[in-house]
Design a protein around this ligand. Structure first.
Ligand SMILES: Cc1cc2nc3c(=O)[nH]c(=O)nc-3n(C[C@H](O)[C@H](O)[C@H](O)COP(=O)(O)O)c2cc1C
Length: 198
């Protein structure tokens, strides 16, 4: 597989909206990160809502957040690639997943590639990817990648991905994402070079 147009590692930031540990959603996100890591030089950061949720759950505005959460938001806003995932709760993402993204700057994700992923108890809510995640990241004018990854509880054994079909779906989602990520990073780097040379 060819490398991206720049030699620098890509800053890949993954957000798991799960409220539990261990978590199927976090396991899924780790598999997606690993799949990208097999194709590209990456610097991976995993953000788990189950860990940081108590630090922002009671904040109503960004200026009320502790520095630790501000640093998380900065990571999200400066990532080259975002992987966002949540368990389905009541037919949507978890409330705290949405609350975290409510603090993200309205224009901070413009053109940023975002891979969408979710886990649910069954396949009945698989369209959460298209009906909940894609509109949210469409609002941010992000570049939502064409294939999202949905998994149900039967794709996991002991909170680890155990289904071949799910592994294949992850590989396909990553393969379809790569050309778009390369274009996006080349564009970002060329803008940075232009601004640096002025
Ligand atoms: C409060 C709550 C609400 C849930 N609502 C749904 C739902 O609407 N649809 C669904 O398919 N699964 C639902 N589930 C099941 C979880 O989405 C599923 O078990 C998921 O894989 C859990 O992910 P986690 O291990 O990362 O926490 C719900 C689970 C909980 C605890």
């Amino acid at each position: 597989m060819s490398q991206p147009s720049t030699a620098r590692p890509l800053r890949v930031v993954a957000v798991s909206g799960s409220l539990h540990t261990p978590s199927r959603t976090t396991a899924l996100v780790k598999e997606i990160l690993a799949a990208f890591g097999r194709e590209l030089p990456i610097e991976a950061h995993l953000i788990e809502v189950t860990e940081i949720g108590p630090e922002f759950a009671g904040a109503l505005r960004r200026d009320q957040l502790p520095e630790s959460v501000e640093a998380v938001l900065d990571r999200i806003e400066t990532a080259d690639l975002l992987i966002v995932a949540s368990p389905v709760y009541r037919a949507s993402f978890t409330g705290l997943f949405k609350h975290l993204f409510d603090f993200v700057g309205q224009y901070a994700l413009v053109d940023k590639p975002v891979l969408l992923a979710a886990t649910g108890g069954s396949d009945r809510h698989a369209l959460i990817i298209e009906h909940q995640f894609r509109p949210l990241f469409g609002f941010f004018q992000a570049l939502t990648l064409p294939i999202g990854v949905y998994a149900n509880d039967s794709d996991f054994t002991n909170h680890q991905v155990s289904s071949l079909e799910l592994h294949e779906r992850i590989d396909l989602a990553v393969a379809r994402a790569l050309p778009l990520i390369r274009l996006s990073v080349a564009e970002t780097d060329s803008i940075a070079r232009y601004l640096g040379g002025r």
